[in-house]
Structure formats: C-alpha cells, structure tokens
Ligand binder design. Structure first.
Ligand SMILES: Cc1cc2nc3c(=O)[nH]c(=O)nc-3n(C[C@H](O)[C@H](O)[C@H](O)COP(=O)(O)OP(=O)(O)OC[C@H]3O[C@@H](n4cnc5c(N)ncnc54)[C@H](O)[C@@H]3O)c2cc1C
Length: 411
C-alpha cells in the first residue's frame, strides 16, 4: 500500500489529498498541518470581523477526512524532511514515513526590518486563523488604534474587518495608491473612498521607517518617512510574504523563488513534489488548488504539466465593489494601446499590445469576464475587434483555430 504524505492543509494540500483518494482507493494518505482546522485564508477577514464563525470558513465538509479515509495530523509542525530515509519529523518528535511526499506549506508573512517591529509583542501578521484570533485579543488587550503596513489585498482585508469591529485604522502604503499591483489611479481612488467612508485613514507614498516603544517594549507610535508620527495600540504587517521552507534545511531540496519544481511539479528529489504558494509560481487560491490537483495526479503516475498561472490575476470585493485585474497594468509600457470606459457603476481598462489583449482591469460588474481571460491566455489577435474590446463575446471568436492562428469556418 503506497504511503502519500502531504504537508499543508490549505488549498493545494487538501485538493491534492482529495485527488489522490479519487485515483488510489487503497493508498494510505496523511495530511499534516500546523493549523488546528482546515480554513480558507481568503475568508479570514470574515472571522476577524466576526461575520462568520471559525467553522464557517472551513472549506471542506466536517467529515471530509473520515469519508476520504485520510489521516489528519493537525496542530503539528513538520520540522525536518529526510529525503534519504523518506520520512518527515514532527515537532513532537514522531516520524512519518512516505513513499510520495507533497510540500504544500504556503507562505509566511514577512515583518519588515523597521526598528522594534521584530521584537515588539504587539506586531501581528494576518495569514492564519491563529493570527485572526491573536488580532481579536489585541483589540481587547492593547486598544482600537491599529496601524497597518501595506495596502495590498491582505492589508485591506484586515482593515475592512477591523473597521467593522470599531477599530480606528491607519494604513501606510509606499506606492501612491492602494492595491498598487492590481489597480490604476482611478480604480484605487474608488476603493480608497469606500475605505475612508468606513473610517480608514491612508498615508500613501510613504514608508514606515522607525517606531517608538513603551517600557514593555510595545510599539506606541510609528514614524513615517515624511516625518509624521502615527500613534497606535498595535500593528499589522501586510507588506510581503516568503515561501515557508524553513523545515527543508539539509533536505537537499532545491529552493529558488520558492521550492524549485519542473513542469510536473516535481522537485529535484525523486518522489517529492510541491504545489501552491510555496513554489512561488503564484499567490492565489485557484492556482494553488489547480497545482495541488496536478501534483497529486503526477504522484499517482500520470504525466501532466501544470497550467501556467495568469500573471498577476486577482479578484477582490470591498464594500460591494468587485474588481478583476489580470496582467501588468503599466500605462507607460512602450507600444501598448490603452482603452478605457467609465460607466455609472463600472470602470474598464484594456491594455492591447501587438493587436493582442495583454492585461485588463474591470471594477464594478465583473460578470462575463471569462472572454478576457481566454483572450489573454490564448493571445488571440483581435484585429478590428479591438475597437469594441469591451463588447466582446466568445461568439466573436467562433472558428478561430488556436493551432493555425486563423479563422476557419466549415462550408
Ligand atoms: C488574508 C488573505 C486573504 C487572501 N485573499 C485571497 C483572495 O481573495 N483570492 C485569492 O485567490 N487568494 C487569496 N489569498 C491567497 C490564498 O489564500 C493563497 O494563495 C492560498 O491559501 C495558497 O494555498 P496553499 O495551499 O499553497 O497554502 P496555504 O493556504 O497557506 O496553506 C499552507 C498549509 O501548510 C501548513 N504548514 C505550513 N508550514 C508547515 C509545517 N512546517 N508543518 C506542517 N504544516 C505546515 C499550514 O498550517 C497550512 O495548513 C489570501 C491570502 C490571505 C493571507
């Protein structure tokens, strides 16, 4: 009976476990996780804001492990992987042997090297259920003035939840706009206005570069690069992540941007695969799931390449305003034609290069946007259709042959 061990119970790890069970009825499957329950990080803000229970963000049925005959070792960290003996070591000292191993440990937040940030007791990240619990306690212990470093998706998720709980939130962002990787100036201003209406304050185009601590070593104010000092009760850092690979020291597994993998999601070590955020290939939920599935199939003997993720694909929804952004949104890139459309409740911007759709930003109604993903993925020449880029449908590309790059119609 083959022994499959999966480290990580996030999108990639759970999807992989489910797929292995579908393919191998007899396999022994073990999932190991530091988390004490399966949960969706995308919904973490709902728990922080007390809009959902912890159980309410579990994305598998309660009897998932039982039904699928999967051994779930929760609340336990893997501290070492011995690729020669083919076994992993748990923090409690136990060993778990494997025939095939999947590394799906995601990423960890980075605390920026600002004086006192790495030692203070009142600096938190926002990545796991345990972080959401710690931040809720911090509101009671330290107070309601929260300083958030970074206005990306994670920083804004935390801000929306905290304002919901009556927190007084200030967000510092080095770029000149919120969610700089996913917005342009206009889309950012729409989101910023919605957050300001809810009570958030923004400090844009500045960095936090120093802090003031009290006698207990807790930070009571953050110094900004423009000379301002912002008093605060505690801090949330949302300014970057790194792959969680500390436990792989001396394993022989190669680490590049994340864990190095080939097109089949195999590492340089036989029988060891990796999927999800930890590979550094992408940082979004659907890609992690897809990679978990592909890795699992390859672990079961298939030979399947993973689908290259869309660059910078992201969807968000704050205060009922949805947004989709795919690709690099660089207004200044040479040779790029930009088309924009501002409706009453929607904003659209398309970046076309060499007659092909390169990137898209849509804020407001993001239904029927599959066509744009298709055009970006397949790099289909738009021809005259670029004139009506915001009114396209799949029917416009009927007969297009992806292999020949020509339109072919029967008859
Ligand atoms: C606040 C927040 C909001 C987000 N919102 C969105 C969104 O709206 N849309 C979107 O597409 N993406 C979003 N993301 C990103 C998305 O959550 C990730 O891309 C996705 O969770 C990655 O899945 P994963 O399985 O690779 O890793 P993770 O979900 O991070 O899971 C990693 C697992 O590994 C376990 N683990 C780590 N180290 C060890 C160890 N040493 N031993 C044992 N277990 C270990 C962890 O306990 C965890 O179970 C968000 C992320 C955050 C933090």
């Amino acid at each position: 009976m083959e022994r499959f061990v999966i480290i990580g119970a996030g999108a990639a790890g759970i999807k992989a476990a489910e797929r292995i069970r579908k393919m191998e009825d007899d396999a022994q499957i073990t999932v190991i996780s530091i988390d004490d329950q399966v949960h969706s990080r995308c919904m973490l803000h709902k728990v922080l804001g007390k809009e959902r229970t912890e159980k309410g963000i579990n994305f598998v049925p309660e009897n998932f492990f039982e039904v699928n005959k999967i051994r779930f070792i929760d609340t336990e960290a893997v501290t070492r992987v011995d690729t020669k003996k083919q076994e992993v070591t748990l923090a409690c000292g136990a060993f778990v042997p494997y025939d095939k191993l999947l590394l799906a440990t995601g990423s960890a937040y980075v605390v920026p090297p600002i004086p006192h940030f790495r030692e203070a007791g009142n600096v938190f990240g926002f990545r796991d259920l345990s972080d959401a619990r710690a931040i809720q306690t911090a509101l009671d212990t330290y107070g309601k003035n929260v300083f958030i470093v970074g206005s990306g998706l994670v920083g804004l998720d935390a801000a929306s939840a905290l304002t919901h709980l009556g927190g007084k939130v200030t967000i510092a962002e080095m770029a000149d706009r919120v969610m700089p990787l996913q917005t342009d100036a206009y889309a950012a201003s729409v989101y910023q206005a919605a957050f300001e209406k809810a009570g958030c304050k923004f400090k844009l185009g500045v960095s936090a570069n120093d802090s003031v601590v009290d006698d207990n070593g807790n930070i009571i104010a953050v110094q900004l690069s423009n000379g301002e000092s912002i008093p605060c009760d505690f801090i949330i850092v949302a300014a970057g992540v790194r792959p969680k690979v500390d436990f792989l020291k001396d394993s022989g597994i190669e680490i590049e941007r994340g864990i190095g993998v080939n097109e089949f999601l195999q590492t340089n070590i036989p029988n060891v695969y990796a999927a999800g955020d930890v590979t550094g290939l992408s940082g979004v939920w659907p890609d992690a799931m897809e990679q978990g599935k592909t890795a699992a199939m390859n672990m079961c003997g298939a030979v399947l390449e993973y689908e290259k993720p869309y660059p910078f694909k992201n969807t968000s929804n704050f205060y009922g305003i949805t947004m989709l952004s795919v690709g690099k949104l660089d207004d200044k890139e040479e040779g790029v034609k930009i088309c924009t459309h501002k409706g009453k409740d929607s904003y659209k911007k398309a970046f076309i290069k060499d007659g092909k759709l390169q990137s898209i930003l849509i804020q407001g109604d993001i239904s029927n946007t599959g066509i744009y993903l298709y055009l970006i993925r397949k790099q289909i020449p738009l021809g005259d259709l670029s004139e009506k880029v915001f009114n396209l449908s799949f029917a416009d590309f009927y007969g297009y042959n992806e292999n020949t790059g020509a339109y072919e119609f029967a008859g």
